[in-house]
Design a binder for this molecule. Structure first.
Ligand SMILES: NC(=O)c1ccc[n+]([C@@H]2O[C@H](COP(=O)([O-])OP(=O)(O)OC[C@H]3O[C@@H](n4cnc5c(N)ncnc54)[C@H](OP(=O)(O)O)[C@@H]3O)[C@@H](O)[C@H]2O)c1
Length: 291
């Protein structure tokens, strides 16, 4: 496993983070707790030290699952990230109430990386007058959270406004080789990095879409000097950006965890050649013709 650092965080973070939004489920739709626990613990045993969950994932069952799966020595081996459900907040007191509930669900006394979840214009405009920055300051001061960040799903201009509005440690954005111009995009990535924020990436495989076997895409990759799998090419493209700290993947099988942990052994910044980056562009164009 490789590790990278955020400006305002002392310890290194694994370049692969475990996203707990797409855990394996049983026939009745509940989290397959045995399999998911094995996957999470395998990842941690192989160096993953960043685990990302949120209040609504798996109908509210992701946080309690993570709390159980990390019992014993696992909790202290990881940086735990979860998120304030921004769309449910109606008062300043709600912020404390949700955070306290999340600490109970996760069976922990602190959240390492706490994000304001899924910021979009109406949620941000609601949270500001309710005192979101005061809440974050006080939750850091009383030790319930270590680092504050936000995740984002809106336009670039709002992204920059939010970056400027608070002394964030980090942000979480959607980013992959198909989405350089989408939401925060490459310009937002660089803006946040220039302002000292660590960057966590979500949807690096576009929710799995970039791993689907398509003959015309496979033919482009066959021209590469080194042969890699589709998820390897997609993850490697994100890790190639030195601004990126952690890339989250929402893995849904044990095999995917083994593979992605393997790819993370060599996801160095600026490691892709011009020839390989040109193939990413060719693949992007081919995908976009199909959408
Ligand atoms: N803050 C937010 O608003 C927000 C929004 C979205 C996500 N997130 C977080 O970010 C995490 C990552 O996003 P994501 O889950 O969309 O990530 P992703 O890596 O883009 O997509 C995950 C999907 O990719 C496929 N996959 C992963 N590894 C693979 C491999 N080695 N081979 C083949 N297929 C593979 C699986 O699809 P199949 O299941 O179809 O096999 C998996 O469910 C989430 O889990 C969540 O923690 C946050």
């Amino acid at each position: 496993m490789l590790f990278r650092k955020m400006n305002k965080v002392e310890s290194g973070l694994s370049i692969l983070g475990f996203g707990c939004m797409r855990l394996p489920v049983t026939k009745d739709g509940n989290i397959d707790e045995n399999q998911a626990t094995d996957m999470l613990r395998y990842a941690i045993d192989h160096g993953v030290n960043y685990v990302d969950t949120a209040y609504p994932y798996h109908n509210g069952e992701s946080e309690p699952f993570v709390g159980r799966a990390l019992q014993g020595e696992y909790r202290e081996k990881v940086n735990l990230a979860t998120k304030l459900p921004s769309w449910l907040i109606k008062s300043r007191a709600d912020m404390d109430r949700y955070l306290d509930e999340q600490l109970k669900r996760l069976q922990t006394d602190h959240i390492d990386f706490y994000l304001v979840h899924g910021l979009m214009k109406p949620f941000w405009e609601n949270l500001c007058p309710l005192g979101i920055t005061d809440f974050l300051d006080s939750a850091i001061a009383d030790g319930r959270i270590k680092y504050a960040g936000f995740s984002f799903h809106d336009e670039l201009a709002l992204f920059k406004e939010i970056v400027d509005a608070y002394d964030w440690t980090f942000c979480q954005i959607q980013y992959n080789f198909m989405d350089e111009q989408h939401q925060a995009g490459t310009e937002g990535l660089r803006y946040a990095a220039d302002h000292g924020l660590g960057i966590v990436i979500m949807e690096p495989l576009r929710g799995g879409m970039l791993t689907r076997d398509i003959p015309s895409i496979n033919n482009i990759w066959k021209k590469a000097p080194v042969q890699r799998s589709l998820p390897d090419w997609a993850l490697r493209w994100v890790w190639n950006h030195p601004e990126v700290t952690v890339v989250l993947s929402g893995m849904s099988s044990f095999e995917q965890v083994e593979q992605n942990v393997g790819y993370a052994k060599s996801g160095l910044p600026n490691s892709l050649s011009q020839e390989e980056l040109s193939l990413h562009i060719e693949v992007e164009v081919e995908y976009k013709m199909r959408i």
